[in-house]
Design a protein around this ligand. Structure first.
Ligand code: NVA
Length: 358
């Protein structure tokens, strides 16, 4: 086991050996209190009724999710990885969502840690509330880390304005493919992934063109941001669409993106690109419901290095297939974290991957 990594930030891909990471926490998470059209755009329809403003997730699910996250942190520490945990926050009281999904709000690009200008109003204070101390420690570490905080929204947030029209039957109909307009920069960090000097991302119900322009302006010199055209009508977060396993090998979700589209991006010209051959089934009881995600959350795995990848304990067929590709899946229970909105990639932020060069 190698020495614990000092406090700094350096990552430019998704597969080099993970050395330092943030692992989220689940206590007091609450269903997001966004307008229904935002929830309807991305979430499984059978769970929409639960999205009432200020309703808590079932406490038993949160307790188990917290155990799973603590276990994940232990797995990482045993590998010699430095683990940061966010502050405990009462999200229900703060009208927020969760501290369990740090990947949505923070993105490492080289030596910069970039805060997402979230779309969702209920997430506006998430980074300040849960991660301020981590950002202070990393920002004052005297090791060239740039902390890029999101612009403050002053006055009314106009992002949802004009996105619904009235149908002839008096219901609301969307006026565009996406649920947000372009009136201010908005993105979730989980709509992007690092492939060396190229960051690949997607437009989605939480990421707009101005958000992409903003990201292009704040990534360190030498990095570029390219946008993948997906066919995902419910797009929110690219990390159940792409799963890079190691340099030169990536699995993709074929209902959301085509190999042809991926090949348009020079960075993939010599990669092996594999359509995932396994269609995941919805989890059945006793697994808790996936309130916010599709079964394709299976692809939200996390590489510890170019061989070892964390896979949810239920996804045995997927893990067996990964072994045929030369990978060594590590099965870790995460079904209750999945229930509240993400899997291993969502629940972590890579701070240092040791292949990265500044
Ligand atoms: N919105 C994606 C999950 C992204 C981690 C899905 O539900 O498949």
């Amino acid at each position: 086991m190698s020495a614990i990594e000092p406090a700094f930030v350096s990552a430019e891909d998704e597969w080099s050996p993970l050395r330092s990471v943030i692992v989220g926490r689940a206590e007091d998470s609450a269903f997001p209190s966004e307008p229904e059209h935002m929830m309807a755009a991305t979430m499984p329809s059978e769970h929409l009724l639960r999205f009432k403003p200020l309703s808590p997730f079932p406490p038993a699910i949160l307790a188990r999710a917290q155990e799973e996250l603590d276990n994940l942190a232990d797995v990482m520490r045993k590998e010699g990885i430095r683990v940061y945990r966010p502050n405990k926050v009462n999200w229900l009281k703060m009208q927020g969502y969760t501290g369990a999904m740090p990947r949505d709000g923070l993105m490492t690009v080289g030596s910069a840690l970039i805060e997402a200008p979230f779309s969702w109003r209920c997430r506006r204070h998430e980074i300040t509330l849960a991660y301020s101390e981590i950002l202070s420690e990393l920002g004052s570490s005297n090791s060239g880390v740039t902390i890029c905080r999101a612009p403050l929204i002053t006055g009314e947030d106009t992002l949802y304005h004009g996105m619904l029209g009235k149908s002839r039957t008096n219901g609301n109909i969307p006026t565009s493919r996406w649920s947000i307009n372009n009136s201010r920069p908005a993105f979730d960090a989980a709509d992007f992934m690092r492939f060396g000097k190229v960051v690949i991302g997607q437009l989605s119900h939480v990421t707009n063109r101005r958000g992409v322009e903003y990201l292009r302006a704040v990534v360190p010199e030498g990095y570029t941001v390219e946008i993948l055209e997906t066919t995902d009508e419910h797009a929110m977060h690219i990390d159940a669409t792409l799963l890079p396993l190691r340099k030169g090998l990536m699995v993709y979700q074929p209902e959301r993106v085509s190999e042809h589209e991926l090949r348009q991006h020079e960075v993939f010209h010599d990669w092996e690109l594999l359509a995932c051959p396994i269609t995941p089934e919805p989890r059945q009881p006793p697994s808790p419901p996936m309130y916010m995600c599709s079964p394709w959350l299976m692809l939200n795995a996390l590489s510890l290095d170019e061989k070892r990848v964390l896979v949810e304990a239920n996804d045995k067929e997927f893990a067996a297939w990964l072994t045929t590709l030369g990978m060594e899946p590590i099965m870790v229970p995460f079904g209750h974290v999945n229930s509240i909105g993400g899997s291993f990639h969502c629940a972590t932020v890579d701070l240092v991957r040791s292949g990265a060069k500044d």
